[in-house]
Design a protein around this ligand. Structure first.
Ligand SMILES: [Zn+2]
Length: 410
């Protein structure tokens, strides 16, 4: 299925480096946060590149940008390629940007080769994937598939009190299209850096992403008894020691079940040097590629915390905070990505993503797949984020083959 489009790794790399100059930081990263003047500047650059290819631009009411390349069959739904140009405040040059500019390179190569496709092809830059300035993340894609309403997103404020809708209008990128356009896509493909160390460690060039892990987040409160630090050890009901055992159990559960388990926040009371803590609150984040696996982890969490609480004579309550369903990607599209990696002889591995992406929301509404390429040391959301030109090119070639197979050469 290799289609041998004249994809140029050099041209892709040059475009990545040119985009990276907008919001460049002294440590070699990027600060191009959503709806800032620099975000506007990055959007204009993408627009100029796409206009040079004769692509028609549509912008929707939450600022998602869509560039359309016509197909030959008016009955075919578009095949979209997308990701995001916005970055973290101390972000890198590749998170999100690679997916957008690799999509641009696919369209440039198709143009150069005079390739026509039956389905139209659309290139998308989603607004505010990062969620750094305006929370939550993945707003543009979330509105597009109905996870959030347009109204709630336009009313969001940043820490300085700036309103999302006003900032979008101020930088000149509030369009008129209805954001629900995305629900009419025939397919969605996204190339992204892995943001983890697995591919590089295994010497694989391509990650064939099979879907997004299910997640369940909890808050745990442990109630023991405050006591003087000079009290007898045997009489204590130390909430923190109980919590420490519970936290170790979270790690154990993740390792036993092949999932992820993290405790990221913890507070204790009274938080005094010579007082045995009477109360501890902490968060738990559990993830597993399969819903059934996550269910087993949650059951184990409840059982282990209950057992530890009993043995330590403390009370523990577990409150669900947030959850995210297992989101499998489209089997046919995932198959196209795998076939492309295989045909090109790239070392690849199938893997779930435990990290949120625009593609994870898109998968709720349209057939979706993702391609990962390695990043050095798994480093991302970091100015030192780095990839090789070869990885970028490999990801772009797999993307090109999969897109062309999905859109079908006319
Ligand atoms: Zn990203």
């Amino acid at each position: 299925m290799m289609d041998n489009l004249p994809v140029s790794g050099t041209r892709l790399w040059d475009s990545l480096m040119e985009m990276a100059r907008i919001g460049a930081t002294p440590k070699g990263g990027c600060n191009r946060q959503t709806l800032t003047d620099l975000d506007g500047e990055g959007r204009h650059k993408l627009r100029r590149w796409c206009e040079a290819l004769g692509l028609a631009m549509t912008v929707d009411r939450v600022g998602n940008m869509v560039f359309r390349r016509a197909g030959t069959d008016p009955d075919r739904k578009p095949v979209a390629i997308g990701s995001h140009l916005d970055t973290q405040p101390t972000g890198g040059k590749f998170d999100g940007v690679l997916g957008v500019l690799a999509g641009l390179e696919v369209l440039r190569a198709m143009d150069e080769a005079g390739v026509r496709t039956r389905a139209p092809i659309e290139l998308v830059n989603w607004t505010n994937e990062e969620g750094a300035r305006f929370s939550p993340p993945m707003m543009g894609s979330g509105v597009a598939v109905g996870v959030f309403t347009e109204e709630e997103i336009l009313a969001k404020t940043d820490p300085a009190g700036a309103v999302f809708g006003e900032e979008l209008a101020r930088i000149g990128w509030q369009g008129e299209a209805d954001p629900s356009w995305a629900r009419g896509l025939g397919a969605y493909l996204e190339l992204h850096i892995e943001q983890g160390p697995l591919l590089e460690a295994e010497g694989a060039t391509i990650g064939v992403v099979t879907g997004a892990s299910a997640q369940a987040w909890f808050e745990v409160t442990v109630e023991g008894a405050e006591a003087h630090g000079g009290n007898f050890m045997a009489m204590r009901r130390d909430a923190l020691v109980a919590a420490a055992l519970m936290i170790a159990a979270v790690e154990g559960i993740a390792l036993e079940h092949g999932g992820n388990g993290s405790v990221g926040r913890l507070a204790l009371a009274p938080d005094s040097r010579n007082v045995v803590p009477g109360r501890v609150w902490f968060t738990v984040d559990l993830r597993h590629p399969a819903e059934a696996g996550l269910d087993r982890m949650v059951a184990a969490l409840r059982a282990r915390i209950g057992a530890i609480a009993g043995a330590r004579r403390v009370a523990a309550s577990i409150t669900p905070f947030w959850s995210f369903p297992e989101t499998p990607f489209d089997a046919r599209l995932v198959g196209l990505v795998r076939a492309a990696a295989e045909a090109r002889g790239y070392a690849y591995r199938a893997m779930p993503t435990g990290i949120g992406h625009d593609a994870v929301y898109l998968a709720r509404a349209v057939p979706t797949a993702m391609i990962f390429v390695p990043c050095h040391g798994g480093l991302s959301h970091n100015e030192a984020e780095s990839i090789t030109p070869e990885w970028a090119e490999a990801g772009c070639r797999v993307l090109a083959d999969a897109v062309l197979a999905a859109a079908e050469r006319a």
